[in-house]
Design a protein. Sequence first.
Length: 181
Amino acid sequence: MSSEIQKLVGRCLTGDAVAIRQFVERFQHVVYARCVRMLGNRHDAEDAMQETLLRAVRSLHHWDGDRPILPWVLTIAANRCRTALSRRRGRPVEFPELVEDPSGDAADLGEELEAAVMNLRDEYQTVFRMFYLQEQSCIDIGLHMGVPEGTVKTWLHRARKEIASRLRRRGVVSDDGHELH
């Protein structure tokens, strides 16, 4: 382990506010990127990042100095994101334009759509949510995720294709894309 990290951690453990700020600045971007990939939502990712870094600083005395610190911090981030996702499952489906139909047909479609999105690979799920729910451009999504715009477009295309395939298999939409009743 680098002596620089060891010294920084040692200063953090003494309560050195400057060292704690440096620790946070050193890891905030990579933690934020992990949280965005897992949660697909900037606001939730910011919250998870803050919780992660706070927890990491408070738990530094548990870190094994013989092991790299980044995987340890990212494990904390992944656990914070899983907690956020489990809390989110109790929330209503995030497709409000589909849930307003009093007949229940649109609500069923919304639930099927949410289930289809949840079954996507993490990258596909993230770009799908950022594009359709957060209305971000492919360029912005690429910058946020650290991948080229073309990759975002490919992932978005594949996500739509997988969702459509699942909805057809489940009998929710027909082969021409129209909702079945």
